[in-house]
Ligand binder design. Sequence first.
Ligand code: BEZ
Ligand code: FE
Length: 296
Amino acid sequence: MSDLRDGDSGIFEAARSVDVVNARIAADANPRLREIMEIVTRHLHAAVAEVQLTTEEWMTGIKFLTDTGHMCTEWRQEFILLSDVLGVSMLVDAINHERPAGSTENTVLGPFYLPDAPRYANGADICLDGKGEPLLVSGRVVDGAGNAIAGATIDVWAANEDGFYDVQQKGIQPDFNLRGVFTTEADGSYWFRSVKPRHYPIPDDGPVGKMLAALGRHPNRAAHLHFIISAPGHDTVVTHIFTPDCPYLKEDAVFGVKSSLIADFQRIDAPQRADELGFTNPFWAVKWDVVLAPAA
Ligand code: BEZ
Ligand code: FE
């Protein structure tokens, strides 16, 4: 029988807390789970010891995580939002989506994607509420050698002029406002009509919003248009394009901005072209080409 006063016993000692906890993991536990839990435990204990966490602070943390869980519904994932504002979502994305130089980069998916948006022919207008400054989006989808990818799927979604997605304003915005799925032509081209995106706050009426406020952080996302671009044999890209004139480009609440994703939005003053497009003059136009890497 082992002596409980023996330093190697399973009894907790603050000075060797990590070893005591990790020693409890069974020899036949899943090796990847073991690796993750050993490292998470090590960093967690180090953080608690470094800040000399008080009991009140520990309880505040427990309450915060409890409130975060209670905030989650079928429509609201407060834990992913927490991961987003801590930069963890972008870090996980970077680790999992290394691509050859020149390929279009990923950024966060966000909570407002719907997988069943309407399919449209190129040229369709996805703005169904008539608000905002008209925008023509066009470009080509190509591979790393510049060859056109015909039949690629371009799934787009955006917040409206008031800074909300359709799913946040059921009964106020038309369903599928600012959403659509397009297919590239034989030369890889696509084009559609929309409105210039504007910045908007992430949902900040829950614990994550309170945490941002306590940290003196604003909840705004830099103005963007979401895209998922996919084609057989190619790595699917989940990304955005950002407007270059947004005041929040350098302080996006979820760290989603990458310089390669800041697109060249041009203000066009061309009454006849505006007329052809059914736009008021002047209008905005952005050309954005997508480079897909081969599937991993
Ligand atoms: C979005 O861009 O839709 C988004 C991304 C992360 C958190 C909240 C919203
Ligand atoms: Fe968004």
